[in-house]
Design a protein around this ligand. Structure first.
Ligand SMILES: Cc1cc2nc3c(=O)[nH]c(=O)nc-3n(C[C@H](O)[C@H](O)[C@H](O)COP(=O)(O)OP(=O)(O)OC[C@H]3O[C@@H](n4cnc5c(N)ncnc54)[C@H](O)[C@@H]3O)c2cc1C
Length: 387
């Protein structure tokens, strides 16, 4: 068993840490999070991240990328989220590039992958609808009806992160309303978000202010049939093959959030005094901090293990679901105890701890709720399907 990262991975982590300290200093992140007009990573910082190759890491070399694997992406997500999960590049690598690389035709790969590698295009995923995200298929209502060389799309998506800055979305739509099973009725379509009939409305949330989410309405939107990703009526099954990297990268994000909050809390416990001594001398606080360290380390281990399995083409359904679930629960627990340690000052918007606390909440149910992830684990154990 080898717990060592390669020299290249160690260098990557050091480079990301340097980038974070220089380009995402704490006072900037605080300002960014509290400015309602700043709902995405500022262009100037994005350009510096692109120059360091952060958007190219997972893109294959033949499409202008660096051909890295999921372990590289995990390091990137963890380190950036340690400062700000809103700045994390996890989804870029985890879903967008993989979707196109796995299911795109040569034309689509040549069109999108080099642009994604160079950070020249945004991208968002349009799956969830107002009827619910957990029962994604049950709630799916958006339709794409053939019309000559086009589809005509009607429906509504919600919570779509990055729709306000992306030129297009990859949306799950119903293309065969008569299919005997809904899982065989859906397709993935690239939809140009500047098309007539698309209406994007920002949502206001308490978490991840720097990564804006939106409602997206489609009214008779014309989408060329050439924009189909992969096979007609296989959209849902195509998506399911890409769930593990998404879960593992979200786990890495929450390991980063928990680590950032733990470091803040530890420092505060050493410097804040009560009864003439640092509050970190009180045993109850020491136990909280010890538990934080233990659970973050366990989250990190299962996340790395799942990433390693995925990178080595080993099945990792159980581990990816476990990593996502355990790391999200840990981030909630760590940020809650960290808030207790900060007490009154933690509630002040000037502190970083309240941001970690808010950001952690989102990962408990997105992209998959922890309850649903546990349902999958139960099923993988051979228990009867509960949903
Ligand atoms: C900030 C944010 C960003 C997002 N970004 C995107 C995005 O970019 N693209 C996108 O497509 N989606 C996105 N989502 C949607 C996200 O994937 C959904 O929120 C998630 O799938 C949960 O769906 P829901 O919120 O509708 O909850 P619901 O599905 O309504 O679930 C409500 C509750 O019921 C529980 N529940 C439901 N079914 C079961 C069951 N069988 N067993 C046990 N418990 C169950 C859930 O666990 C949950 O606790 C985002 C969401 C948020 C909040």
């Amino acid at each position: 068993m080898d717990f060592e990262f390669t020299e290249a991975q160690k260098m990557l982590r050091a480079t990301i840490r340097e980038f974070v300290e220089k380009e995402l200093p704490k006072d900037f992140v605080r300002k960014w999070d509290s400015d309602p007009n700043m709902t995405w990573l500022p262009e100037e910082i994005h350009r510096k991240a692109v120059a360091l190759g952060f958007t190219a890491m997972h893109v294959p070399v033949e499409y202008g990328g660096m051909g890295g694997d999921l372990i590289d992406d995990v390091i990137l997500s963890e380190e950036v989220s340690r400062r700000s999960a809103a700045a994390s590049f996890g989804l870029h690598s985890g879903m967008f590039v993989r979707l196109i690389h796995t299911y795109g035709n040569e034309k689509q790969k040549n069109e999108y992958l080099p642009k994604l590698a160079k950070g020249q295009t945004g991208f968002c995923i349009g799956l969830t609808e107002p009827g619910g995200g957990t029962d994604l298929l049950g709630a799916l209502k958006t339709t794409a009806v053939p019309d000559g060389d086009d589809f005509i799309v009607n429906g509504q998506k919600t919570y779509i992160t990055g729709a306000h800055i992306s030129p297009f979305t990859c949306a799950l739509v119903i293309t065969d309303k008569d299919a005997p099973k809904k899982s065989k009725a859906t397709s993935l379509l690239f939809i140009d978000l500047k098309s007539p009939g698309v209406d994007i409305r920002p949502l206001h949330k308490i978490s991840m202010h720097g990564a804006g989410s939106n409602e997206v309405y489609f009214t008779d939107v014309k989408v060329p049939k050439a924009n189909l990703l992969g096979e007609l009526n296989k959209g849902f099954s195509q998506l399911t093959t890409l769930l593990n990297p998404e879960r593992i990268l979200c786990a890495a994000d929450t390991v980063g959030i928990a680590q950032g909050a733990y470091e803040e809390a530890l420092e505060y416990a050493k410097t804040r005094t009560a009864f003439g001594k640092p509050i970190g001398q009180f045993q109850v606080l020491q136990h909280w901090l010890a538990d934080m360290w233990i659970e973050i380390e366990l989250s990190r281990l299962i996340t790395y293990k799942a990433a390693w399995q995925f990178s080595n083409n080993e099945p990792c359904w159980m581990e990816a679901a476990a990593a996502k679930t355990f790391a999200a629960d840990t981030a909630v627990k760590v940020t809650t105890n960290a808030m207790e340690i900060f007490a009154g000052s933690g509630l002040m918007v000037e502190t970083d701890i309240q941001r970690y606390f808010r950001d952690a909440r989102q990962f408990v149910f997105a992209p998959i709720s922890n309850e649903m992830a546990r349902n999958f684990i139960g099923e993988l154990m051979g228990l009867p399907r509960s949903f």
